[in-house]
Write a protein that binds this ligand. Structure first.
Ligand code: IPE
Ligand code: IPE
Ligand code: MG
Length: 250
C-alpha cells in the first residue's frame, strides 16, 4: 500500500492516553528536587497538547495523579495540588480560546474544595469546545472506575429501576468515566497508550477502556517528552495491525 494521505489519516489515533512517568527521576538526574521535576512535567503537558492540536488528534487523556499517588509524602502531594491549581488558572483561558475542552476523570471528593471548584469551572467554561478534548485523570484508578460503576448499577438494581439480567458491557461502559454525561456521548477507548519513563506497566490506569489499546513504552522521562517523541509514537502506531480478535482479510 502506498503512503497516501487517506491511509495516513486512517492510521492516526483518535484518542491517545498518556502515562506521564519519570518526573522524579528527571529531577534526580539533575540534582534537583522532585518538585522541579513535576514543574518541568507540566511544561511537557502543554507542549503535547499543542502538538496534538496541530496534528488534529481529537482526544488526549493524561494520567496526572493516580488513586495510589495519594500515598506519596504529604509534601509532594501538596506540591502537586498547588501545581494543578496554578496550571489550571494559567492555561485555561488560552485553551478555551483554542477551542479545547477540558474534562477531569477520577474521584474528586478527595481534593480540596477550591481545586474541585477550579476543575468544575474549567469544565463548564470549555464545555462547548470541540477542537480537542483533553481529559485529565486525577485521583483516578482503573479499579476505582469499575468499582464506582458497579456501585451505581447495584443501586439501580436495588431500587428496582434495573433488572440484573439487563446488565451488559455497553451498560457498564456507560457508568464508567468515559461516559460523557454532559453530551450523553461515549468517549472512544484509547487507540494508543504512551507511557514514558521506561516502566512497562499500566499502574491502574484505564483498565476497562484499554482492552484493545496499542501499548507504546519509551524510556524518555516525561519532562523530556516532546512533539518529536509523539511523532515517533505515532509512526510506531501506524505500523500496527489491529485485529480486535478477528482474522483480517488479506
Ligand atoms: C510521574 O512522575 C508524575 C506523577 C506520578 C504525579 P513520577 O513522580 O512518578 O516520577 P518517577 O517515576 O519517580 O521518576
Ligand atoms: C503512574 O505513575 C501514575 C501517573 C503517571 C500519574 P507512578 O509513578 O505512580 O507508577 P508506578 O508507581 O511506577 O507504577
Ligand atoms: Mg513514577
Amino acid at each position: 500500500m502506498g503512503g497516501n494521505q487517506s491511509v495516513s489519516e486512517e492510521i492516526r489515533p483518535r484518542h491517545i492516553a498518556i502515562i506521564m512517568d519519570g518526573n522524579g527521576r528527571w529531577a534526580q538526574q539533575r540534582n534537583k528536587s522532585r518538585s522541579a521535576g513535576h514543574r518541568a512535567g507540566g511544561r511537557a503537558v502543554r507542549q503535547i497538547i499543542e502538538a496534538a492540536y496541530r496534528l488534529k488528534i481529537p482526544c488526549l487523556t493524561f494520567f496526572a495523579f493516580s488513586s495510589e499517588n495519594w500515598q506519596r509524602p504529604q509534601k509532594e502531594v501538596d506540591l502537586l495540588m498547588e501545581l494543578f491549581m496554578r496550571a489550571l488558572r494559567r492555561e485555561i483561558n488560552e485553551l478555551h480560546d483554542q477551542q479545547v475542552r477540558i474534562r477531569f476523570i477520577g474521584e474528586r471528593s478527595d481534593f480540596s474544595r477550591p481545586l474541585q471548584e477550579a476543575m468544575r469551572e474549567a469544565e463548564n467554561l470549555t464545555l462547548k469546545n470541540d477542537e480537542l478534548l483533553v481529559q485529565i485523570a486525577v485521583g483516578y484508578g482503573g479499579r476505582w472506575d469499575i468499582t464506582q460503576a458497579c456501585r451505581t448499577i447495584a443501586g439501580e438494581v436495588a431500587s428496582g429501576q434495573l433488572q440484573a439480567d439487563k446488565i451488559d458491557e455497553n451498560m457498564l461502559a456507560q457508568k464508567l468515566s468515559f461516559h460523557d454525561a454532559e453530551t450523553g456521548m461515549q468517549i472512544p477507548d484509547p487507540d494508543l497508550l504512551i507511557r514514558t519513563g521506561g516502566e512497562k506497566r499500566i499502574s491502574n490506569f484505564l483498565l476497562w477502556q484499554m482492552a484493545y489499546t496499542e501499548l507504546y513504552f519509551c524510556d524518555t522521562l516525561w519532562p523530556d517528552f516532546n512533539a518529536q517523541g509523539l511523532d515517533q509514537a505515532l509512526a510506531w502506531f501506524a505500523g500496527r495491525q489491529r485485529r480486535f480478535g478477528k482474522v483480517l482479510d488479506t
